[in-house]
Design a protein around this ligand. Structure first.
Ligand code: GAL
Length: 726
């Protein structure tokens, strides 16, 4: 009896000790071969999922689908401007509940790579920086600048301490095995020289000093100082080597497709080429591959960056914008990951021997002393198949492909032999017609309440601080009865030059036209004859930002808005320059200040309907209610009949719509074989770049959902329909 209780006590003690020891010894290190987790070298497959680009309700399913697809690590950036929208006021709720997201990953048994940045690029508004940061006195972004460094350090430290307090680093038993500081800083440093170098030195030491207990990485930064690992980003990374021979070869961004801009055709990347790039990297000693993006998701609200980044961030990722697996990409990569995992023990144990059995052919052989053996047979020819003799066998390789033989005998996978089904996804109608009401807002004019004046033209962001996409520029023009054009009927020409991104022109309350920039050139010029009357004329220019730039050396200095000149040509005096005269300013639209997108706000105006429903009118708000369609299929709005604006469901913004921007580009056929670029494979030419806008299911109630659309240009809401993604 005594003995029994002693044994039980001893067992408990051992269990406790083991728990304690396992807990404290959980470790992540690295060597020249791989990331080493708890003493074991690992070949790691990682996938980017950015938490605010989906909803917390979607997270478990997305992560499970990533796990089922053979992903070990979820990589995400941290989005500073989402977490600190105004200085010192933090937000970590809902889609920005970073801790919850990481815990969902942990519950699924996966690891996390936390790319803190806090510069993130990512087609995210202002590259992740809060707009207030631009107005901290003396600040300059991403260089050896004290106010900037102080803010960066404060935010980075805050994120690390939140993670530590929740025990989320692997060194504490949590899922985070890696962290990234900065993002692709190498090219910037190269351009700006000395201050860039000292900034790199500073942020490296700052990061390492935070003692996370797990390695730091820097992507695209050849001079990453020890112990930080420099990593590769790109469509291919097989030729990359880290800056020290004791660091592992890692790929932080393998682009699974590319982002979409309003006005350009939609990019995609064939699954065969994506798998080929991964196999090529792994056969060349690569031990960590991250898919950027594994699920791209949606740029809800006004989170997408300039220039002209679309609301959909689908990215042609293995999981589509709506959270459905995208075949054959998802299944093909799952098969690839299985094959790679079968090779893991050979890959992490020895260096390969490489041979060249013929033109454009290459063999990588990983043969260990303990019997494990893996081989990769490659055919780099872009046009012809090859028969490769290897061991006692012959292997048929399609063009631009790699076969994986985890036992050096059996081909279990070839990157160009796609077994996963090619599934066509479609949108099917999900409701009967909406019953719309409209409210037409009048353009603002100089001197109206809430406006202020200045001499000359002001830069837009300096006025709005990005609280709204919209800034009114308003001025008065006096026309004397003696003007020649009054008699000869030759209207003067108004020319307005803007740094971007969209401009709507109103003269005496009448809509007079629109001009807009593009990805290649955000600047725009409006130039058109305008009808002016004798006496005072009200000129109102509505300047619209479509996201703030996220990339480029000192992109914080890029301007938005009407910077001029603004001129009137064809007067008796010739051309009158209006640029330096008195201008009035007003931020945002009336409907925004009235909160028309909310249930309470929408009762503050009188809506019209039926035969009075406003159509094809600029500055129109529309609202309707609808019931959630039965089932779980993801939902979207087909906005093809509309122009440009923003959409809200139950008060939440599902993003900017701009179906009137028709995609330019070349959408010819696309062969998977041969080097991929983001311009190689495109769809949607001649169609709206984006006509479907995702409505997350979790934002809906069973009935009585309020849908509000702000239309800037003019559209026909009766053409809007709710569709299901199947
Ligand atoms: C990379 C950058 C990412 C993302 C990507 C394009 O250079 O690091 O954040 O912007 O380009 O999607």
């Amino acid at each position: 009896m005594l003995m029994e209780s002693f044994t039980r006590r001893r067992n408990c003690y051992i269990l406790f000790l083991c728990f304690f020891v396992c807990y404290v010894t959980a470790s992540v290190t690295y060597d020249h071969k791989a990331i080493v987790i708890n003493g074991k070298r690992r070949i790691l497959i990682s996938g980017s999922i950015h938490y605010p680009r989906s909803t917390p309700q979607m997270w478990p399913d997305l992560i499970q689908k990533a796990k089922d697809g053979g992903v070990d690590v979820i990589e995400t950036y941290v989005f500073w401007n989402g977490h600190e929208p105004s200085q010192g006021k933090y937000y970590f709720e809902d889609r920005f509940d970073l801790v919850k997201f990481i815990k969902v990953v942990q519950q699924a048994g996966l690891y996390v790579h936390l790319r803190i940045g806090p510069y993130v690029c990512a087609e995210w508004n202002f590259g992740g920086f809060p707009v207030w940061l631009k107005y901290v006195p003396g600040v300059a972004f991403r260089t050896d600048n004290e106010p900037f460094k102080a803010a960066m350090q404060k935010f980075t430290t805050k994120i690390v301490s939140i993670m530590k307090s929740e025990n989320l680093f692997q060194s504490q038993g949590g899922p985070i095995i890696l962290s990234q500081i900065e993002n692709e800083y190498g090219p910037v440093e190269w351009e700006i020289g000395a201050p860039g170098k000292s900034y790199t030195k500073w942020f490296s030491q700052m990061a390492v000093g935070l003692n996370t207990g797990v390695p730091w990485v820097m992507c695209k930064q050849e001079d990453a100082p020890d112990p930080i690992i420099d990593t590769c980003n790109g469509y291919y990374c097989e030729n990359f080597s880290p800056n020290k021979n004791y660091k592992p070869k890692m790929w932080t961004e393998n682009w699974t497709g590319w982002y979409t801009d309003f006005g350009t055709a939609v990019p995609y990347r064939p699954a065969e080429d994506l798998a080929f790039s991964v196999a090529r990297f792994v056969q060349n000693r690569g031990s960590y591959v991250n898919y950027y993006m594994y699920h791209g998701g949606t740029n809800f609200g006004r989170t997408s960056s300039g220039l002209f980044i679309a609301t959909s961030y689908d990215y042609d990722a293995p999981i589509d914008e709506y959270g459905l697996i995208s075949e054959p990409k998802w299944g093909h990569l799952r098969d690839l990951h299985k094959a790679i995992k079968q090779c893991e023990s050979a890959l992490v144990s020895v260096d390969p021997t490489v041979s060249w059995p013929g033109k454009n052919l290459e063999v990588h052989l990983y043969k260990t002393s303990f019997g494990a053996c893996a081989a990769f047979l490659a055919n780099y020819d872009t046009g012809s198949w090859a028969k490769v003799a290897f061991g006692n066998g012959h292997y048929d390789l399609p063009p631009w492909s790699i076969s994986i033989l985890p036992d050096c005998k059996t081909e279990v996978f070839n990157t160009a032999k796609v077994r996963a089904p090619r599934v066509h996804r479609s949108m099917t109608p999900a409701n009967s017609a909406f019953n719309w009401q409209s409210y037409n807002e009048q353009p603002a004019f100089s001197g109206e309440s809430g406006s202020w004046t200045a001499n000359g033209l002001l830069e837009q962001l300096s006025q709005t601080w990005d609280k709204s996409d919209y800034l009114w520029y308003m001025t008065d023009v006096n026309i004397s009865p003696n003007e020649g054009f009054i008699k000869n009927g030759q209207n003067p020409v108004l020319t307005a030059m803007s740094a971007g991104h969209v401009l709507h022109v109103f003269i005496n309350g009448q809509f007079w036209g629109t001009a807009y920039g593009s990805l290649d050139n955000p600047k725009l010029t409006f130039s058109n004859s305008v009808k002016l009357r004798v006496g005072n004329n009200k000129i109102s220019l509505l300047s619209v930002a479509v996201g703030l730039s996220n990339v480029g050396v000192h992109y914080e200095k890029w301007n938005v808005g009407v910077l001029g000149p603004v001129t009137l040509k064809g007067l008796n005096e010739g051309t009158r320059d209006l640029s330096k005269q008195k201008w009035s300013y007003k931020i945002g639209l009336k409907g925004e200040s009235l909160n028309l997108h909310t249930t309470s706000g929408s009762s503050s105006v009188k809506w019209t309907q039926g035969s009075f429903l406003s159509k094809k009118q600029p500055l129109t708000w529309y609202k309707t209610t609808f019931n959630a369609p039965a089932g779980n299929d993801p939902l979207a709005l087909d906005m093809s009949s509309m122009g440009k604006g923003e959409i809200w469901v139950n008060g939440q913004s599902i993003g900017r719509h701009w179906p009137a921007y028709i995609a330019r580009g070349n959408c010819g056929s696309c062969n998977y074989a041969g080097t991929f670029t983001d311009k190689k494979c495109r769809t949607n030419c001649g169609q709206p770049t984006q006509k479907w806008y995702h409505i997350p299911r979790s934002w809906l109630n069973p009935s009585g959902n309020v849908l509000v659309v702000l239309e800037e240009w003019g559209g026909d809401p009766t053409g809007i329909s709710l569709v299901k993604r199947t």
